[in-house]
Design a protein around this ligand. Structure first.
Ligand SMILES: [Zn+2]
Length: 409
């Protein structure tokens, strides 16, 4: 069985890297902090008896051979980068639990048929370049050279940041793994929601990961004097945007599961006494069912058009990103369900609203995720918390799941 104490100790040690006064961490991708975090994780991998390597995208792997060296590997892991002032569990728990599982196998003299690899993916969060999942995209062949041109707030591109980090962006394709090289991908992650808390369960089985569509709306009206322009002569871009923001909320709420968020808005010229002439704002729409999500998007687009025609303003909508929802493999879900019973946890299924590397891995091999209860559902925040006991219980579910997938010999 896994050593919950050791898992907790390593989590605390990793939380020191990029630590903030708030108690949270800032470990952005391709920075010294991410490097230090990976170096520490590599040392844990070595303690666990794994052979360690890093690929062309900076993904860190620790491998334990199976009795059949030619068999595809079971890949287990998560990420160690964070958002600005993020929590200590989002990512690190999955990587460290993976290491703990293979270390427990090593110590218990448990041999698997398939090799097991633990991975710490590069740049999952996308906090620095507003892109994200760079490592898993590279591994699955979903990264184009143009993607590396995304820039951070200082105008540094992913390609430049990779060079500073000691990687060659021209060789990022080398990180690609072949179809059939992986038997399955398994990730343990905090839920970042309240379902497990409400169910009074330490862990649960993920059914699938919701796919996001990111849109950028641009509304061009007419700026003018706030005092001298009568109300019936205005083409106020912000008043139109406000209506559309309401529509985003309304349309997402009209379905049982979709979510819609406007998180960025920019008003120009931005004077207290000037009618807004131009507004740019974002929309993030998600659902586990692509038809539901796309239906919400279509109705938002139609109603936005009507609003803008009625108000005499011009509407532009640009698509920034579109990822399909990724259902978890039935087979892997079954294995996790058996693992839950093994550990004495009632198997409970729930979906993931947040994106994870598994979305990309699902195109390469059967993918599954285990969620751990989050206190109050808080995440991307220093207050993010899962108890030591829940982390250990989840790690045990992971242990039995890996054993189920890699086959005990
Ligand atoms: Zn995460």
């Amino acid at each position: 069985m896994v050593d919950g104490e050791r898992l907790w100790r390593r989590l605390s040690e990793l939380a020191e890297i990029g630590k903030r006064k708030s108690g949270g961490v800032t470990r952005l991708s391709f920075t010294d902090e991410e490097r230090s975090a990976k170096d520490l994780v590599a040392s844990f991998m070595e303690e666990a008896g794994l052979s360690v390597r890093e690929d062309a995208a900076g993904n860190l792997f620790g491998r334990r051979e199976g009795s059949d060296p030619h068999a595809p590997a079971v890949l287990v892991g998560s990420h160690v980068d964070s958002v600005y002032d993020g929590g200590n569990f989002d990512g690190p728990l999955g990587v460290l639990a993976g290491i703990e599982v293979v270390q427990a196998m090593e110590e218990g003299d448990v041999q698997t048929g398939f090799p097991v690899e633990v991975v710490a993916f590069t740049d999952e969060e996308g906090a620095r370049f507003s892109f994200g999942m760079t490592g898993s995209r590279a591994l699955t062949g979903h990264l184009s050279p143009g993607d590396l041109e995304h820039q951070d707030g200082d105008g540094i591109s992913i390609a430049e940041a990779m060079r500073d980090y000691g990687l060659d962006p021209a060789r990022v394709e080398d990180a690609r793994r072949q179809q059939n090289s992986l038997a399955a991908y398994l990730e343990l992650h905090i839920e970042q929601g309240r379902v497990l808390e409400a169910e009074d369960l330490p862990a649960g089985i993920v059914t699938g990961i919701a796919g996001p569509v990111w849109l950028r709306f641009t509304i061009r009206g007419e700026s003018g004097h706030a005092g001298a322009t009568p109300m019936n002569r205005r083409h106020d871009a912000l008043a139109a945007a406000a209506e559309i923001v309401g529509v985003v909320e309304e349309e997402a709420s009209s379905t049982p599961s979709a979510v819609g968020t406007v998180g960025q808005i920019e008003v120009k010229p931005g004077g207290i006494n000037i009618i807004p002439g131009r507004v740019d704002f974002s929309a993030d729409l998600r659902d586990i069912d692509v038809a539901v999500r796309d239906g919400v998007e279509e109705r938002i687009r139609e109603r936005a058009e009507e609003i803008c025609v009625r108000r005499g303003v011009e509407l532009g909508v640009e698509e920034l990103q579109r990822l399909d929802p990724a259902p978890c493999s039935e087979e892997v879900r079954g294995v996790i369900s058996d693992a839950c019973r093994e550990v004495g946890i009632r198997p409970h299924s729930l979906s993931s609203g947040a994106g994870h590397d598994g979305m990309h891995l699902a195109s390469l091999c059967p993918m599954g995720m285990i969620f751990i209860r989050s206190r109050d559902g808080v995440s991307h925040n220093p207050k993010e918390w899962s108890s030591r006991e829940d982390c250990e219980a989840g790690c045990n579910v992971l242990y039995w799941s890996v054993l189920g997938l890699a086959g005990r010999t």
